[in-house]
Design a protein around this ligand. Structure first.
Ligand SMILES: [Zn+2]
Length: 399
């Protein structure tokens, strides 16, 4: 690797291990907060995890909760949650509890509560934040890495996927308690874990890559390859669950410094056009684009191939990733979307929009000219092939 210049972002302290959730009262005290504001989503509330946390915290201080609607976080939801936090008497500790949606909103709300105006002002880093109230992130999925990144993704009123950024979006601490992920259904375990893999791969092969991105990213790739199939098959395997939490967090640190690439460009376009869940979208997109990215770029992808399976070459990476997705029964995660028809031309146009440009620009191989349509066609083909495979698999099960 040639000599290069880089600087890394701040890193949030991580408190990990079964039962680490019990450290919240001590953190509240240390951070000078007088009460709690738990920000989660309606899907997680239905599992009872939110009530269990609120019951535990009530013995220590007053607790308010905000439950975001299930699905992508929106500008309107961030504003609504921030209004509730601003109206609280006393300084709250904001606790983000959940997957990407809850964490992205909790991060925004902690910053919005100490900044002027509404969410619109801060989209695409238009205005710097003025500060934030104390915040701790508690992920209940192992994929997004949002708990350690300075970015939140959210949709506006037109359904466009936009982002906000700033040091203020980093929390004071991250709690990784693997007990919280034991109840995560298999398709979600699979797709969130595959998203973590895509983060690590795109950060470590991106245009901005350097040593301090490669170290966490390659370890994340190793841990996802070794433990994601186990976490899907044995949901109560706490060792596999903790390794996946660590992998997602390491991959989050890698994208915070290295950014993502073409699979996230395509994945965000799929999210904007068809509302496919993020992990589903980026898995389809990586499968469609990986051989194209690796072509004439083998040296860049070689360390990742070796991390996924010792001794493997870069050219084997597309097959190894497809096998990893199959081992996690990825097709089952497509079941709710099999009636969708994807339009490759619309997809190619959305991939080229401004809000998706940074990901294409950072990609290991940057698309030009005909590449956009080729990549969109390839993505639609992977989706259609996997939907057909799922139909066959379901017929075999019922036969
Ligand atoms: Zn992602």
């Amino acid at each position: 690797m040639p000599l290069n210049h880089f600087h890394t972002g701040r890193q949030t302290p991580i408190i990990a291990g079964p039962g680490s959730l019990e450290q919240l009262p001590e953190l509240r005290h240390r951070l000078g907060a007088s009460r709690y504001m738990v920000i989660s989503d309606q899907g997680l509330a239905a599992t009872g995890l939110v009530d269990a946390l609120v019951d535990n915290l009530t013995a220590d201080a007053e607790v308010d909760t905000f439950l975001a609607p299930t699905g992508e976080p929106s500008v309107a939801t961030a504003d609504a949650a921030a209004a509730e936090v601003r109206a609280l008497p006393g300084r709250p500790l904001v606790i983000g509890l959940g997957g990407g949606t809850a964490l992205d909103i909790a991060k925004l709300v902690a910053a919005l509560a100490e900044s002027q105006g509404d969410m619109e002002n801060y989209l695409l880093a238009r205005t710097p934040w003025s500060g934030r109230v104390p915040a701790v992130m508690v992920p209940t999925t192992s994929g997004t890495g949002s708990e350690v990144t300075r970015t939140s993704i959210l949709t506006d009123a037109e359904g466009r996927k936009l982002w906000a950024w700033g040091d203020e979006l980093l929390p004071d601490a991250v709690l990784l308690d693997p007990v919280l992920t034991r109840g995560l259904p298999a398709p979600l375990t699979a797709t969130t874990g595959l998203d973590a893999f895509v983060h690590a791969l795109e950060a470590t092969t991106g245009q901005g890559r350097h040593t301090f991105i490669e170290a966490p990213a390659l370890q994340a790739i190793r841990q996802v390859g070794e433990t994601l199939p186990m976490a899907v098959t044995n949901p109560h395997d706490l060792v596999a669950r903790q390794r996946m939490q660590e992998a997602a967090c390491l991959a989050g640190q890698a994208i915070d410094n290295g950014g993502t690439g073409i699979a996230h460009n395509i994945g965000h376009a799929l999210g904007s056009c068809y509302h496919l869940p993020h992990g589903v979208a980026v898995t389809l997109a990586l499968e469609a684009s990986l051989a194209w990215s690796v072509a004439d770029n083998e040296a860049c992808f070689a360390p990742a191939a070796h991390a996924l399976k010792a001794g493997s070459k870069a050219q084997e990476l597309p097959r190894l990733f497809r096998e990893l997705a199959d081992q996690t029964h990825f097709n089952q995660a497509l079941a709710p979307f099999t009636t969708q028809t994807l339009d490759a031309e619309a997809l190619a146009l959305t991939m080229q929009k401004d809000e998706n440009a940074p990901m294409a620009h950072n990609a290991a191989r940057r698309p030009t000219g005909e590449d956009w349509q080729w990549l969109a066609d390839a993505t639609v083909s992977v989706f259609e092939r996997r939907v057909a495979e799922l139909a066959t698999q379901n017929r075999e099960i019922s036969a």
